[in-house]
Design a binder for this molecule. Structure first.
Ligand code: COS
Length: 391
């Protein structure tokens, strides 16, 4: 059982402690049957992901992903709930964390920038786990440099016609709707982008391929070929697209840190259990000071990451406004340090740590993409330095 003493920190209120306990109990009892083979790829993985969304919805946990007026727990997001949910689920199964997080990330632009009609149409179903959401921003030549995107939206009567291609899209092929970012007019870079909500069945929108990555994660590419979207599906105003994207990432970058924290906590638990059992040179591995030094470094990294994550989440929930600096610090530190924590766990396991399918080997693969997606570590450093120098 992972350390839960952090739940007594002043960042949380009673409802968060109850939420954390409920999702822990659900993960312990439901996930072993819901994800019996958490290494499945392809259609089997997609089926598991769909089932996970439905069951997370039925159990009431997706209420952290939508606003109170549409069935959620808090006015917009409950960022502390999102982080507790991701941390807990990641500790049990990476795919469960993925399915939970994507409901929030995929619908966040509707929550933050949608009008009442758009919110009423999409968000209740997201919160019940009856509609799957996706966030379609990246392109082959526009990942870190969002402003380089070339997908274009051209007005045509009361519609926009969108043409282009998106890639690295989580839930591609599974989603019922996508938040799609596109360029309007000739304004350069970050200026002149717009966000649209595009239903999966819209003619001209298709999945052009799936991408298999090192840890199970439904991912693919999209094509938009003359895809006609009602102008009323725009989220915010023409030109708001970059602001929409950055505002969403202000919320979700802390949650990526929380998922990394969950992986790291699991690695520490696994390493201690292994060290207590493994005998070497007539002692248990944990009796050696070199092992204890590793355990201490892992524990300090975990607590420091948790402090940064829940500082960012509390700041967004309680103080509000932009939390770009706090969220970037949380994501950068938590993902980079979790990689080191998991690497130390693999070292404590020795040869067993690199055997395919052992828990620490899976964690070693699970953690790696988190240092890249939703803003690579290098981007977080640019953001943090920019904010610190602006103060
Ligand atoms: N919330 C609201 N608005 C924001 C914002 C935020 N968090 N961050 C920036 N903006 C606004 C700014 O206010 C500015 O608006 P004005 O032009 O009206 O002043 C505009 O957006 C541009 O901001 P800025 O000049 O800071 O943007 P940059 O082009 O310098 O941003 C980085 C560059 C690298 C920081 C940005 O492109 C980025 O975060 N890239 C990583 C993207 C990413 O995460 N990709 C992965 C995709 S998700 S898997």
């Amino acid at each position: 059982m992972a350390d839960t003493s952090f739940l007594a920190w002043p960042f949380f209120d009673e409802s968060h402690r109850e939420f954390a306990a409920a999702i822990e109990e659900w993960a312990t009892t439901a996930l072993p049957t819901l994800c019996p083979d958490d290494e499945a790829h392809g259609p089997a993985m997609d089926d598991t992901a769909r089932r996970l969304v439905r069951e997370l919805g039925k159990a009431g946990f997706l209420t952290a992903c939508v606003p109170a007026a549409y069935g959620g727990r808090a006015k917009d997001f409950d960022v502390r709930g999102l982080c507790l949910g991701r941390e807990t689920l990641a500790r049990h199964a990476g795919l469960a964390d993925f399915s939970f997080a994507m409901q929030g990330l995929g619908s966040a632009a509707v929550t933050l920038f949608g009008n009442d009609r758009q919110k009423a149409h999409y968000l209740p179903a997201v919160g019940r786990g009856e509609a799957i959401a996706a966030f379609a921003i990246s392109e082959v030549d526009a990942g870190s440099d969002v402003g380089a995107m070339t997908t274009r939206a051209v007005p045509d009567g009361d519609h926009y016609v969108i043409d282009g291609a998106k890639t690295w899209i989580s839930n591609a092929g599974l989603a019922d709707f996508y938040t799609v970012f596109a360029r309007l007019g000739d304004a350069p870079g970050a200026k002149g982008l717009a966000a649209f909500v595009v239903d999966a069945g819209t003619p001209g929108l298709s999945v052009s391929g799936r991408i298999d990555v090192i840890a199970p994660h439904p991912l693919g590419s999209l094509r938009l070929d003359g895809c006609r979207v009602p102008a009323t599906n725009m989220l915010g105003k023409p030109g708001d697209g970059f602001k929409v994207a950055m505002s969403v990432l202000d919320v979700f970058r802390s949650t990526v840190g929380a998922a990394a924290l969950g992986f790291a906590r699991r690695a520490l638990d696994e390493a201690i259990a292994r060290g207590r059992k493994r005998r070497v040179f007539d002692h248990h591995l944990v009796d050696f000071q070199l092992t204890q030094a590793k355990i201490a470094d892992m524990a300090v990294a975990i607590d420091a990451a948790a402090l940064l994550i829940y500082r960012a989440a509390w700041t967004k929930d309680v103080i509000g406004g932009r939390v770009t600096r706090e969220a970037s610090m949380a994501k950068l530190f938590a993902t980079e340090s979790a990689q080191q924590v998991i690497d130390a766990a693999v070292q404590i396991f020795g040869g067993l740590g690199v055997v395919s399918g052992t828990t620490v080997e899976k964690l070693y693969r699970e953690i790696r993409p988190l240092r890249i997606y939703e803003g690579a570590s290098e981007i977080q450093k640019l953001v943090i330095a920019g904010k610190v120098m602006d103060q």
